[in-house]
Design a protein around this ligand. Structure first.
Ligand SMILES: [Zn+2]
Length: 229
């Protein structure tokens, strides 16, 4: 549902646990000329899901755009931002901006119908559908003009395990492995603190990968010592 807020009266109002109206106000390089802020509740609900995957913060670079502001920033007077259904975002994990390939892949899992990689760290997301927009689905890369991305994992050459390792999300077991040999299980993904051994043939679930290591229930094991089954 699209809601309309007054920036001057309700700018500090919370939209959800992590977002407030003022973050979405239309502006041109920080200059605010229009008081009304249009925001789709579906957009906020989907943005909140980024936190469920362990994001520390999500910065809204651009939310609602008045049609005239949209033109002033190089967009169109009728694009998704002017309808209150879009946001350009940068996600932070461990105080570092997450690379856009991970943000875009995660956005595709969350179910944003509009996703566009803008730069190394910024991504456009929106909740377009056939009722509120001219096309109901668009996944693209604004850096190259590719408008036909079907799968962000394939396009960005990353796996779900790598994404989960990058954002520290261990909420979904992805596949099983068998230890090829007696192998060490470590407390962290750098293989620094030894915890215990797996005996050869031990079967375990994998929740994520990071660098040379795979996350199993009790810690991290060298991926080279494992066989996917
Ligand atoms: Zn955008």
């Amino acid at each position: 549902m699209i809601k309309v807020y007054s920036f001057s009266k309700n700018g500090s109002k919370s939209l959800s646990k992590h977002f407030a109206v003022k973050e979405f106000v239309s502006n041109v390089n920080g200059r605010i000329r229009y008081d009304s802020v249009k925001i789709d509740t579906k957009l906020i609900n989907k943005l909140e899901k980024l936190f469920k995957f362990g994001m520390d913060s999500v910065v809204i670079i651009s939310g609602y755009r008045h049609p005239k502001d949209s033109i002033a920033v190089g967009g169109y007077s009728n694009d998704a931002h002017t309808k209150g259904i879009a946001a350009d975002i940068i996600c932070y994990k461990n105080r570092k901006a997450l690379k856009s390939k991970y943000v875009a892949a995660l956005a595709s899992l969350i179910g944003f119908s509009g996703i566009g990689i803008i730069s190394e760290t910024s991504v456009h997301v929106d909740v377009r559908n056939y009722k509120n927009y001219s096309n109901a689905h668009w996944w693209g890369d604004e850096r190259t003009g590719n408008d036909n991305i079907v799968d962000f994992f394939k396009y960005c050459k990353i796996s779900k395990a790598e994404l989960y390792g990058e954002i520290g999300y261990y909420g979904e077991s992805l596949y099983f492995i068998k230890a090829k040999r007696k192998t060490a299980v470590y407390y962290d993904e750098n293989g620094k603190r030894f915890k215990k051994h797996y005996t050869a043939g031990k079967v375990a679930r994998v929740w994520a990968t990071k660098g040379k290591y795979s996350k199993v229930l009790s810690g991290w094991v060298k991926t080279a010592d494992l066989k996917k089954i």
